[in-house]
Ligand binder design. Sequence first.
Ligand SMILES: [Zn+2]
Length: 275
Amino acid sequence: MRLRYLVAAAAAWLAVAGAVSAQQETASAIDRLYALACGEGRAPDQSRWSPGVNVGQPLDLVDNCYLIHHKDGYLLWDTGITDAIAAMPEGQPGVNGATSWRLPKTLASQLAGLGVAPADIRYVAISHTHPDHIGNVELFSQAMLLVQKAEYEWPAPFGAGRFKPEHPVMKLEGDKDVFGDGSVILLSTPGHTPGHQSLLVHLAKTGWLVLSGDAVHFLDNWDHRRVPGPNFDKDKTLASLQRIADVMAQHHAQLWINHDKAQGDKLRRPPEFYE
Ligand SMILES: [Zn+2]
């Protein structure tokens, strides 16, 4: 199975190798992607996500939001932990083994620093409905939510409703080419939650990116295809990881893992951006 994958990946790479330099200069309707810092987390036990591995070892996480400027409008991918945590001097403590969170700078102020008002955001696409991804979703009350129907209708695990019922929403059933030109494609990648999705983005200079959501939490888990214990569906998680690998091979894409601190620490931060 692994050999077959490697052969397929090698063939895919050979097929695109000659076109890679050209591909990197292929036009895109996206001219800027900003990686916003939307939370700093510390979890007491990494093995929550890697069963049996590094049991009892603490894990530092980052949490990102990505602001994408397309010629037809702004899309925000995930909204991080709630901006209210920025006002807590010690951050929000984790309870019962949960992650504690700090937020040095609110999402609202990061956007303001770029001259972007919440009303300027056309689409807010959500990987899934855990609190570290939808913390500020109602800051963008006029933006069209792009959420999988299975996620929207998933009974709220934390009691309160996750979206205001009046918030405009497109409830998706599968993939969605957001702007209709192939530059931003939502990929249905269920498993972590019932309607989890990831984002495939094409940038003219940077090339193709897969923004992971929480399909995977850090690089070592990706390399070993580990499934976190709390995930909603193990088989669907593994199928989604394979799907992401296939998409990456097809597009020669990078994988940007949302919570991976080593990756996150290397990201270009605003006012710098990717193009
Ligand atoms: Zn998360």
